[in-house]
Design a protein around this ligand. Structure first.
Ligand SMILES: [Zn+2]
Length: 266
């Protein structure tokens, strides 16, 4: 690898990806090699149900000191939970508490109103688990950001990350007042709304993500399979928006990763 270029020394972070998603099956070794080559030094793989919790734990073991597991039940999955799956997931997380780095991806989604009560029940259970195990939480809040920001102070949570933050600037300020972190991903290169949030968020509360395998259709991604190496595009976009050096953005996000997840990077 060419070490003359200082960009090769950058530590890039994918704080929110779904490596156990079926779309990535059979591509993991290749994705990891590509990520390493691009300077990605940490990936937080987020589970969505019991099956992906088990698979994410295995990936974290296989790619130790690179892949870290966030375990939980996604709001989209609450309606397809098998009998006892919620209890079994909670038991697994408790058993594996030393390996688990966060509870995620959990949250509420207002596009799935018919299962609202079930979403609330599972979300509450996951937040209680995070409290008990003193783990940070990674939250999905589509259409529910205000509600979630209002709810969370009644839980004793270590740290909170609102992933793909896309709500109002006033909600962003409330989240910042509460001490929360946010992540943004590939839309940083093309979405004016996301770029405005990046402009306003203090960089010390910001982390980068891909949320892969979500597909990004706009330039420069053009619908190709989302890879953790896209983080480089995100960091470059953030540097442009904040009028900073790319290296400085990477350095700060790496520090934020260590603070948020309580993990020392290699
Ligand atoms: Zn996600």
């Amino acid at each position: 690898m060419n070490r003359d270029n200082s960009a090769d020394e950058m530590k890039l972070i994918d704080a929110h990806v779904h490596l156990s998603d079926a779309e990535y099956a059979g591509h993991i070794d290749e994705l990891i090699a590509d990520a390493k080559n691009a300077g990605v030094t940490a990936l937080v793989t987020n589970s969505v149900d019991l099956k992906t919790c088990l698979s994410d734990l295995k990936l974290a073991e296989k790619y130790a000191a690179l892949v870290y597991p966030a375990l939980g039940i996604h709001p989209w999955n609450v309606n397809v939970l098998k009998e006892n799956e919620l209890e079994q997931t909670v038991d697994l997380i408790e058993e594996q508490k030393n390996a688990v780095k966060a509870i995620g991806e959990i949250g509420l989604d207002n596009k799935y109103e018919t299962i609202w009560e079930k979403q609330m029940m599972v979300f509450d259970k996951m937040l209680r688990l995070a409290e008990a195990l003193e783990l940070p939480v990674i939250i999905h809040s589509r259409g529910t950001t205000d509600k979630i920001i209002e709810m969370l102070p009644s839980y004793r949570l270590k740290r909170v990350l609102l992933h793909w933050f896309s709500h109002s600037i006033s909600a962003l300020y409330k989240a910042m007042d509460n001490g929360y972190f946010i992540t943004e991903g590939p839309p940083a290169t093309y979405s004016n709304d996301i770029r405005e949030i990046i402009e306003k968020v203090p960089l010390t509360r910001f982390l980068t993500e891909t949320d892969g395998p979500v597909t990004y259709w706009k330039r420069p991604y053009n619908g190709q399979l989302t890879k953790p190496s896209f983080i480089r595009n995100v960091v470059e976009a953030v540097a442009e928006i904040k009028k900073m050096q790319v290296d400085d953005v990477a350095q700060q996000t790496a520090e934020n990763f260590e603070v948020f997840f309580n993990i020392k990077l290699n």
